[in-house]
Design a protein around this ligand. Structure first.
Ligand SMILES: [Zn+2]
Ligand SMILES: [Zn+2]
Length: 116
């Protein structure tokens, strides 16, 4: 069983998140969403309400790679369609990996992230 949270809303969707009592329940919900909608979701424990919600596994913003620019590791840089996409990605990376990144427009179209 699941219900809509009254405390938590999705950052992107702005609609109430579905809440689950346990991880097992959330996993079931994730499985359901995958079968029904083909969406991959991962359960996480919410710090705000202490219950479980689902987060899209592909919440990384859509990106492609730049055909021109390379990162320091020599691999093509990820390219984002808009500044907003790039900044959203930067936020996730900061939260998850503590990276300080900022978005800048690529000379060849799209947006990249760079350190500092
Ligand atoms: Zn919550
Ligand atoms: Zn580029």
């Amino acid at each position: 069983m699941s219900r809509k949270s009254i405390t938590c809303t999705g950052k992107v969707s702005k609609t109430p998140l579905t809440e689950y009592e346990s991880e097992a329940e959330a996993l079931e919900g994730a499985q359901f969403a995958f079968v029904r909608y083909g969406q991959r979701n991962v359960p996480y424990r919410c710090k705000q309400c202490g219950l479980w919600h689902l987060s899209p596994a592909n919440r990384q913003t859509p990106s492609s790679t730049c055909g021109v620019c390379q990162g320091q590791d020599g691999r093509p840089k990820a390219s984002y369609a808009s500044q907003q996409d790039a900044e959203r990605r930067a936020e996730i990376l900061q939260r998850e990996q503590g990276l300080q990144l900022r978005a800048y427009p690529c000379d060849y179209g799209g947006w990249h992230l760079t350190k500092g």
